[in-house]
Design a protein around this ligand. Structure first.
Ligand SMILES: [Zn+2]
Length: 165
């Protein structure tokens, strides 16, 4: 025979564990990143435009980024923490007015569902500092069919070193 009191107490323990277990899940709404700074620290480091995009999920006006016309070989890095994000050979002209890439570098970006502005979109951010970069859409070119639509002001360009062969 099962001792009813014992059964009750184990259920009570399970329930209380369950409840205490829920709290960290709720707290996870604010995602953690390897590089974290206060808004004041970010403001001191970034231009107002960079801050608006990276830290407030803003968007630059189309055709305003100087990186649209950047066609040299090199790497596009996060303007917030300098993590390399995209290689120049994955950049293409999407005609949208935002620098576009068909693939990020490995382990460079994170993605999450974004339902603001009445649309379901996939938000893209820097894996290391969480800085907002833009969105990814599935109307890109081969081989991935993806269009990483990036804010140029969220990126910096580093030309590849001259080949001295
Ligand atoms: Zn970053």
């Amino acid at each position: 025979m099962i001792d009813r009191r014992m059964l009750f107490s184990s259920v009570a323990i399970a329930v209380s564990y369950g409840v205490s277990w829920l709290r960290p899940i709720e707290a996870r709404a604010a995602e953690k990143f390897e590089i974290e700074k206060t808004p004041e620290e970010w403001r001191a480091q970034l231009t107002p435009m960079q801050y608006h995009i990276l830290r407030e999920e803003g968007t630059e006006r189309p055709f305003t980024s100087p990186l649209l016309k950047e066609h040299r070989k090199g790497t596009f890095a996060c303007a917030g923490c300098d993590l390399p994000l995209f290689a120049s050979d994955t950049k293409y002209d999407s005609g949208t007015g935002w620098p576009s890439f068909w693939q990020p570098l490995p382990n460079a970006v994170g993605e999450r569902k974004d339902s603001t502005l009445g649309m379901i979109r996939t938000e893209v951010h820097c894996r290391r500092c969480g800085g907002h970069l833009g969105h990814v859409f599935d109307d890109g070119p081969k081989p991935t069919g993806l269009r990483y639509c990036m804010d140029g002001y969220a990126l910096t360009f580093k030309p590849a070193a001259e080949n001295r062969s």
